[in-house]
Design a protein around this ligand. Structure first.
Ligand code: ATP
Length: 300
């Protein structure tokens, strides 16, 4: 089923936005560049801070179906490899307005992290176009971007320079990052000696101290201890005041309800609903209760 088959009916007076359908003439050009795909609807409307247009992302993975020594040698001899193709994101389109805190929900394997990686610019879409206006800071997975042999401070400095901050800004920022992370002397120890909680504290602290216009957070709060979670939640709420947008991927619907003012529900790579947290979470939890076979997305 495509998103266009399942266009939800907006409720009267609600804030829901129907899922955008595919457009003619999809533009398979590089992401993160270029001018807006479409002019804003009215002169007064600000352009979307993130615009995802007809985006599909396909993974191609080589694998061994029946790994016996004989099969492997035969295949290697012939140069054959089995390829598994996963359509992780299918023809997805949506716009995010400035000031929006977006929750992304959906079952395991729905495509949430893949979409986040594409918005972060780490993973180019196979088709379609993603436009991002502003500096992105992404907290995608533990440790992405950190070199385990460097100290926390060295990693922070390198990360800051890579994010486009000046040397002076980075030095000042490194102290703020260290204070927030509360990892004490470990700041000057190689990161391979960190516990996963310390790693996470530093990763979170780095992403929120880089003055992001757009903050991407993928399940980042799940591994922290209770006190850091409270602090991290408060920091994200504070950032929302200044950031242009935030994306939060989480299986914790409570966090999504608390932190977000818009929700994308994704299922098997398709955008099922873009709407208010109340409505999207209700539809998703109903779906989880009754299961896929008993559910018609057309009813949304
Ligand atoms: N690097 C990869 N190579 C091949 N397939 C991948 C890769 N990463 C993800 N996939 C596949 O793409 C699909 C979407 O995965 P993704 O991690 O985006 O889902 P998710 O919604 O974030 O899941 P979860 O809630 O379990 O974290 C899944 O079928 C997954 O197996």
């Amino acid at each position: 089923m495509s998103a266009s088959d399942s266009t939800p009916t907006p409720t009267p007076g609600g804030t829901e936005v129907p899922v955008a359908g595919p457009e003619d003439g999809a533009n398979p050009t590089a992401p993160h560049v270029g001018e807006p795909a479409q002019p804003p609807a009215t002169a007064a409307a600000p352009p979307p801070v993130v615009s995802v247009q007809n985006v599909s992302i396909t993974y191609r993975t080589t694998f061994e179906a029946a790994p016996t020594l004989k099969n492997t040698i035969v295949r290697l001899g012939r140069g054959e490899r089995k390829v598994k193709v996963v359509d992780a994101v299918k023809n997805m389109s949506f716009d995010i307005k400035p000031g929006t805190s977006v929750g992304i929900i959906g079952a395991n394997g729905a495509g949430k992290s893949t979409l986040m990686r594409a918005i972060a610019g780490v993973l180019p879409p196979s088709q379609g176009r993603i436009e991002v206006r502003g500096r992105i800071s992404a907290l995608l997975a533990l440790g992405v971007g950190f070199n385990p042999n460097l100290t926390g401070r060295e990693n922070v400095i390198l990360g800051g320079l890579a994010a486009g901050l000046t040397r002076a800004e980075v030095k000042e920022r490194a102290d703020e990052v260290a204070d927030f992370a509360e990892i004490g002397d470990f700041m000057d120890m190689p990161m391979r000696t960190y516990s996963s909680g310390m790693y996470q504290r530093l990763a979170f602290s780095v992403s929120v101290h880089m003055d992001p216009d757009i903050l991407l957070v993928d399940e980042a709060l799940s591994a922290g201890d209770a006190s850091f979670k409270v602090k991290a939640t408060a920091k994200m709420a504070e950032l929302m005041e200044s950031a242009r947008a935030m994306f939060l991927v989480s299986h914790s619907l409570g966090s999504i309800r608390e932190m977000c003012n818009e929700v994308l529900w994704i299922h098997k790579g398709e955008l099922i609903m873009q709407g208010s947290p109340r409505r999207a979470i209700r539809a998703y939890t109903n779906f989880l209760k009754v299961g896929e076979n008993a559910y018609t997305f057309e009813d949304l």
